[in-house]
Design a binder for this molecule. Structure first.
Ligand SMILES: [Zn+2]
Length: 306
């Protein structure tokens, strides 16, 4: 998801509220009956949780930016209690229907900002971790991205990665497609969406000389993808698509390769992230997902009848 710089924007307020709710759930889970319910109902074996990050720098204040310091803390928390699995391991699991280690977590970064090279890359390389980097091909090598929304961000952190960066970071980042223009694929003609899905893969593979197996839907919320689009993604040869809906992926869900869930974790405190990872927040996230899907189907029904 690409976001224009805004201080104390609505997404930030929403994220902070989410942070507070997650902390509240975690506290309730720790001290109350909820904790017992959670322990008996949440089994972390055979599950993959996917974390989603966007910008990594200390200049911006918004819901889609994490400071390098906090990213290191998140990764330290993961190292202590979870198993960060490589994109290759996830791909092998999907292709071979083989299990993943217990408490498996996959790291993903969206939009390919220059600060992924300047800040995220050295941290992950130091720690020997790998991640997926989702790239929108129209925006490679931009200086001051506005992504067609009319406002130019000329600060250095608004710049995006170029092909040389993507090649240099291969030891850490496996590149996936995030479409071409970063438009919501449900809001453009189907033929255009199909072209973005196919052509972004072709371009990335041609420039990088490797197979691109992962796709993430721009914006990634329930109204940003549907079954037909997912069929196009599979027909193009991708092995898995990712969305921005939070929650764990069971092995069956992972092996389906369809609309894999990701947690947006940029602004989460260590405590809130721990609660997300241990499943304390799945109940509220599940209710939220069901509500969003219901809202989308209601809108579609209204549009069909109107
Ligand atoms: Zn994006």
């Amino acid at each position: 998801m690409i976001v224009i710089q805004r201080v104390a924007s609505r997404p930030l307020i929403r994220q902070q509220l989410k942070n507070a709710v997650f902390v509240g759930m975690g506290v309730a889970g720790a001290i109350g009956r909820l904790s017992q319910l959670r322990r008996s109902s949440v089994d972390t074996s055979g599950m993959l949780r996917v974390l989603m990050y966007h910008r990594v720098n200390r200049q911006r204040i918004d819901a889609y930016t994490i400071s390098p310091h906090r990213l290191r803390r998140h990764l330290a928390l993961l190292a202590a209690s979870y198993e960060v699995v490589s994109p290759g391991a996830v791909l092998r699991s999907i292709e071979g229907r083989s299990p993943l280690p217990d408490r498996a977590v996959l790291l993903t970064f969206d939009d390919a900002y220059l600060d992924h090279y300047e800040n995220a890359y050295p941290i992950l390389r130091d720690l020997g971790l790998q991640a997926v980097l989702f790239v929108s091909t129209d925006h490679i090598g931009e200086r001051g991205t506005d992504h067609g929304r009319g406002r130019i961000d000329t600060s250095s952190e608004g710049r995006t990665l170029d092909w040389a960066h993507l090649r240099e970071m291969r030891d850490v980042f496996t590149v996936g497609s995030h479409g071409m223009s970063h438009q919501m694929l449900t809001r453009i003609p189907r033929a255009t969406a199909a072209f973005e899905i196919v052509e972004s893969k072709r371009l990335l593979e041609k420039q990088l000389g490797e197979t691109v197996s992962f796709f993430s839907y721009p914006y990634g919320k329930p109204s940003a993808y549907d079954q037909e689009l997912d069929g196009l993604v599979r027909a193009a040869g991708y092995r898995a698509s990712f969305v921005t809906v939070g929650g764990a992926n069971s092995l069956d869900h992972l092996w389906s390769g369809s609309a894999l869930r990701r947690h947006g974790t940029e602004s989460l405190s260590d405590f809130a992230l721990a609660r997300v990872l241990d499943g304390s927040c799945d109940m509220i996230q599940g209710a939220h997902i069901r509500y969003r899907q219901w809202a989308v189907s209601r809108r579609e029904a209204a549009a069909a009848s109107g």
